[in-house]
Design a protein around this ligand. Structure first.
Ligand code: ZLM
Ligand code: CA
Ligand code: ZN
Length: 391
């Protein structure tokens, strides 16, 4: 008994293994596991560890990864190294290259981020946690037999599969700026998982996720209409995103009535991201987590990370979203004792603030290409699609 009171009635667990943060995809590759160190330093600097259970996650086993991934792909992934890749061949077959390089410790890295999602799922399944967080996961592009878009193992698919052992329906929501194609495809043919992705569409990776991409069209396929997609353009702002997100996600939750929700919180949808082209601020991104949490009184909730290529802002967003889960509010001035505090200071880095104005940076703002009519049409379209789904 240490006298520390929890600020909310939610049991939140935080799953992390510091061994993930030291891995390098290679010089100038946009994916930097080091952003997880920054996130952790902010979370600890604000003292959020006292309001939740923190666990050092274990690496996933090969058998666990086989629940989704193919054996020959896993054989390849577990044995290839930068030293033997010349002799191994098959790089093209499994889609290794500039986006998904072979790097030192890659297999350990994969087992670690997947293990944290398995641990998070287990805490939700046993009901020891109401909300479980794995910021190292959320790698939504990985396919059964192929790496894709910086993702090698699809920890989200594995976590959803685990939750389907205790829940009849799981909703997947994805606010990464990229389309959640790997998760959509994995559950393409089942009515037990609904997927909902918000993303930039049009001349942008991975190229899928059009509005009318709703699952293989057949009345014999229970998964038809179970994939929801919200394709967006450059420059969407806080107000437009909040409005779209609450209306569409709210309608999906009401119609599908899932027992569990997995929320992928990719931070590349923030303003000022190296790859993304939206104009969102931290609080608007975090609003999506607040909104989903508010609908989860009797549902399990898992939060995973994903993209995010301006590390200081990834750390800000995920620390803020951790605070949303535990029901704390953070002062805008980042505590002075946070290690790596320099990463957040100076005009370029957000003036030592937790909530700098990311959307209005004159050199980083993207022209907003959304008309009222387009946003209205998108909502209408989703409502029409949801009318096909009965529960
Ligand atoms: N080239 N280096 C999001 C995944 C986005 C495919 C165009 C590779 C990059 C990017 C890699 C250092 C998530 C594509 C890109 C260059 C074919 C993408 C290595 C810069 C670099 O400097 C770079 C040599 C690299 C990759 C940029 N790749 C930007 N965008 C996308 C994948 C993952 O956020 O959704 C979840 C974690 N790939 O556009 C190309 C078509 C490969
Ligand atoms: Ca998305
Ligand atoms: Zn992304």
């Amino acid at each position: 008994e240490n006298g520390i009171e929890r600020p909310t009635g939610y049991n939140v667990s935080f799953h992390y293994n510091p061994k993930v943060e030291g891995h390098h995809f290679g010089r100038s590759h946009p994916m930097k596991p080091w952003r997880l160190t920054l996130t952790k330093q902010l979370v600890l600097g604000y003292g959020l560890q006292y309001a939740m259970d923190t666990y050092v996650s274990r690496p996933a086993s090969r058998q666990e990864l086989e629940i989704f991934h193919g054996k020959s792909y896993l054989n390849f992934l577990s044995s290839i190294t930068p030293e033997n890749m010349e002799q191994m061949g098959d790089l093209g077959r499994f889609n290794f290259g500039d986006d998904c390089p072979v790097f030192d410790g890659m297999w350990d890295y994969c087992r670690l981020y997947a293990g944290a999602s398995f641990d998070a799922a287990a805490k939700l399944i046993s009901k020891q946690s109401d909300i479980a967080i794995n910021w190292s996961g959320g790698l939504h592009h990985a396919k059964k037999n192929e790496a894709s878009g910086f993702c090698y193992i699809n920890d989200i698919v594995l976590a959803i599969q685990a939750m389907l052992t205790v829940e009849s329906r799981v909703l997947y929501v994805d606010i990464d700026v990229h389309h959640g194609d790997g998760v959509e495809q994995a559950f393409w043919s089942t009515d037990r998982v609904m997927t909902l992705s918000y993303h930039k569409f049009g001349d942008f990776f991975p190229g899928t996720g059009a509005m009318d991409e709703t699952g293989p069209e057949s009345i014999e396929n229970p998964g038809w209409k179970m994939a929801l997609n919200v394709p967006l353009h450059d420059g969407i702002d806080d107000e437009q995103y909040r409005d779209l997100f609450s209306e569409i996600t709210g309608a999906a939750i009401e119609t599908f009535n899932p027992g569990a929700i997995v929320l992928q919180c990719g931070a590349d949808s923030l303003g000022g991201d190296r790859l993304g082209k939206f104009n969102l601020n931290i609080r608007a991104h975090g609003y999506c987590i607040e909104f989903v949490k508010s609908k989860c009184h009797n549902r399990r909730l898992m939060l995973v990370g994903g993209g995010g290529y301006t590390p200081r802002n990834v750390a800000r967003a995920w620390c803020h979203e951790t605070s949303v889960c535990v029901g704390a509010s953070l002062k805008n001035h980042i505590p002075g004792h946070v290690p790596y505090r320099q990463a957040f200071t100076g005009e370029e880095n957000g003036d030592g603030l937790m909530y700098p104005d990311l959307a209005n940076h004159p050199s980083k703002r993207h022209p907003n290409l959304h008309s009222k009519e387009y946003l209205q049409m998108m909502k209408q379209n989703i409502h029409t699609q949801l009318r096909f789904i009965q529960n």
